[in-house]
Design a protein around this ligand. Structure first.
Ligand SMILES: Cc1cc2nc3c(=O)[nH]c(=O)nc-3n(C[C@H](O)[C@H](O)[C@H](O)COP(=O)(O)O)c2cc1C
Length: 459
């Protein structure tokens, strides 16, 4: 059996994920797994039809496709994303139709599910037969139990192809409505005061719905609003995955391109950041993904703390809750305030005008009050994953994160909470006595939980 392995790591053969693929190759010598370094070679692939065709021919001649990639900022690497865009841009979808497929990732389990959801949905869109996903922690291959799991995963894929097993789809195709947004006049311009607002976009045409929404949003303000176009920033290439940035947050590209300077001197000083983009497949464009990946030079330390962040999106965001979750999680993790998503999914320009106006008002109001809403599970849980890994396994090489976490109290392990520990010790001792246990669990517990809160109310 022949499997096309599409490698999504920018490190190519030096990839951790590929060691998992090599393990499968060793365990199943009867099958041929042909690896193509998609993310690493994206510059050639996107500029050269022959290179793209080589991958398509590989897929065509294979019995199955294995999407094998590392997690990159809650998703796939920008180069991999670009390749996925090329499949439809070059009309190569048919080659994937009805092929058996699976996803293999390595990561630290930080929003690995959103990347898996995305790839599962892309496979469904391509009408492939999605057998399943395998999400390994980057070191799992060292463990016997995990190796056994990986063998079973690979076996499942091979057996599914051999037995022509039917598989259900998980995602509905996204439907698009054609609607031209025509902005109306702005009656009350908002005074942003001393708040610096930056709109970041990849829009290349101001006569699209996105272009018009950006213009209408800008016009909501009495002040001049800076618009930065991602196409005008000198970005030499995608994140290399080299983690040179882990020592002191300096990207390996350094001043060879303009990304760090743009991020530090134009983006970071803003109080309000509005990200404006159009949906491309089930994410924004790969240019946007490039922005998020290259922003990783701050590694696992939030770099936009306290900002007001909002999104203006053209496309069917309401049909892609996974994308919404990616942005919600990213903003929560940044310790920033996600104000809203405004989209053009309405067939009423006046309604979009009103939404953009209210969006602009809320951004300024929250910025004035320094309001950051509490993080949900996405931010709270995500931060704990980082906290534990930077404390332990990843402290070296991620020394800049370790310094940041120490300084900002992110190492908030419960072990240091001595009051709670003593209380737990006393209460656990007391509840060993049946009479006291009954009294506490039947009568005192509810009251005990609200007592400290009631004290605040009384005060
Ligand atoms: C720029 C960058 C972004 C990353 N983003 C994530 C992430 O969002 N979630 C996660 O769990 N791991 C993330 N990781 C960790 C990698 O997915 C992990 O180290 C993976 O094993 C690397 O595989 P590779 O060597 O095949 O590229 C990121 C690593 C880098 C360099």
């Amino acid at each position: 059996m022949k499997i096309a392995v599409l490698n999504g790591s920018p490190k190519g053969e030096m990839s951790i994920t590929m060691q998992y693929v090599h393990f499968i190759q060793k365990k199943f010598p009867q099958h041929e797994l042909d690896i193509f370094n998609v993310a690493q070679r994206i510059k050639t692939i996107r500029g050269n039809d022959k290179a793209f065709q080589k991958i398509i021919d590989l897929v065509k001649s294979s019995d199955g496709v294995l999407w094998a990639f590392p997690l990159y900022v809650l998703h796939v690497h920008s180069g991999y994303k670009r390749f996925i865009e090329l499949i439809s841009e070059k009309g190569a979808e048919d080659v994937f139709t009805n092929k058996y497929t699976a996803v293999l990732t390595t990561s630290i389990h930080f929003f690995d599910h959103t990347a898996h959801n995305y790839m599962n949905a892309i496979c469904d869109d391509l009408d492939m037969k999605y057998v399943g996903g395998f999400s390994a922690y980057m070191d799992d291959l060292l463990k016997e139990k995990e190796r056994e799991r990986l063998i079973l995963f690979a076996e499942t894929l091979f057996e599914a192809i051999e037995n022509k097993t039917p598989f259900s789809k998980s995602y509905q195709p996204v439907t698009y409505r054609k609607f031209d947004y025509i902005p109306g006049n702005v009656e009350n311009k908002i005074d942003a005061g001393d708040k610096k607002i930056v709109i970041l976009t990849d829009s290349e045409d101001n006569q699209t719905n996105l272009g018009r929404m950006i213009e209408r949003f800008k016009n909501s303000f009495a002040n001049e609003i800076e618009v930065i176009n991602l196409h005008n920033i000198n970005i030499k290439g995608g994140c290399l995955g080299c983690v040179q940035c882990s020592y002191e947050n300096i990207c390996a590209y350094g001043d060879k391109d303009g990304f760090m300077e743009f991020y530090n001197t134009r983006l970071k000083p803003a109080d309000v950041l509005v990200f404006a983009g159009a949906i491309k497949d089930r994410y924004l464009s790969s240019r946007w993904k490039l922005f998020f990946d290259r922003g990783f030079f701050y590694t696992h330390s939030p770099s936009l703390i306290g900002k007001q962040i909002g999104f203006i999106i053209s496309g069917s965001l309401r049909q892609i809750p996974n994308l919404r979750q990616i942005f919600e999680a990213w903003t929560d993790w940044q310790h920033a305030n996600l104000v809203d998503f405004i989209t053009d999914e309405y067939e009423d320009s006046a309604e979009i005008d009103a939404l953009l106006q209210s969006f602009a008002q809320r951004l300024i109001r929250f910025a004035d009050k320094n309001y950051i809403k509490p993080a949900t599970f996405l931010g709270v849980g995500g931060m704990k994953v980082f906290r534990d890994d930077i404390w332990g396994r990843l402290r070296f090489p991620f020394q800049a994160d370790h310094r940041f976490y120490k300084k900002h109290g992110i190492y908030d392990f419960p072990q240091k909470d001595f009051r709670t520990r003593i209380r737990n010790w006393i209460m656990m001792f007391l509840t060993k006595i049946p009479k006291i246990r009954k009294e506490i669990y039947t009568k005192k517990l509810k009251e005990g939980m609200i007592k400290p809160l009631q004290k605040i109310l009384e005060d």
